[in-house]
Write a protein that binds this ligand. Sequence first.
Ligand code: GTQ
Ligand code: FE2
Length: 351
Amino acid sequence: MGKVLGTIDELPADYRDELARHNATPLWPSIRGIIPFGMPERRARPHIWRYREMRPLMLRAGELTPIEKAERRVLMLGNPGLAPEPFATASIFFGLQLVLPGETAPNHRHSPSAVRIVVEGEGGFTIVQGERCPMARGDLILTPAQHWHQHEHHGSKPMVWVDALDAPTVMRLDAAYCVPGREQSTSDRPDASQWRYRGAGLLPYERLQRTGNAYPQLRYPWAAVRAALADFAAQAGRDEPVHIAYVNPETGEPCMPVLGFSALMLRPGETLAPPRRSTSAGFVVIEGEGESEIDGQTVAWSENDLVAIPNHAKVRHRNGSGTRPACLIQVDDAPLQRKIGIFEEFDAARA
Ligand code: GTQ
Ligand code: FE2
């Protein structure tokens, strides 16, 4: 530590030119930029997208661009610190998608994985590999990598949902691509959350012999998650966070390989200061209102707002109501960070 590193300028010009001709670069002048001491160099900043401001822009997209000319009518939510990359954090793509009554978004599959979090409307469906997943507010619907998916809307009002994709990672791997497909034929059966994986702790008997299907459950209805949060909150101590992870019901592992999903309830009047984590995250406000202090910056949020939390940020959430709970669906990159061995939580003393 503390050694003065050589700079690029102190190298002779002819040597620098020769290196450039051979597509090589000395590491030592930029080693701290690539691997800084102590904490990563974070480009992403705390940020909020308010639904009150985004909704009119979504509806205007519906007037300006027919679905046929969009394929997916999505506004990408770009973190100002990451511009011009249109990503919410270094690893999370957040989009707001609008489907109007009667519209369909055509079938395709691609290498990035997507998860839908419904914020407005009813009567929409995402069809994933033939399984019809109804979309109601707060529902979480998985369209894992290379799974065929199309959207349709049979209701009478606009449907809006949040798309959370691992596209930043897949693009960094130079591995993002898409394949268009013919319209799927669908099963008349309800999605698996309504019968095969009806409740926690219950599995179809033959699934004790694992099928190896990495995505047995594609839809996580909000009604079930909200009830679980309420029952959890009724019993948990005040110092125990009411925080539930969306997992593969056969393995108990995170439901997706790169991005993790969880539901958090802040009880009336509760302030929650989770440990500082190495992950980046974002959340969608499903219910209630409050504020989050992120690296000293306070954002006040209410229903359907989206918030971005940079890696390693210090976070404190506060429910603004003394009588009503607040519920958030959180997205983070903990599954990927755990797989590559870089997930860390820092205790308050080191924060
Ligand atoms: O709904 O299939 O926000 O393929 C980005 C890419 C949504 C989708 C996005 C997609 C989709
Ligand atoms: Fe897609």
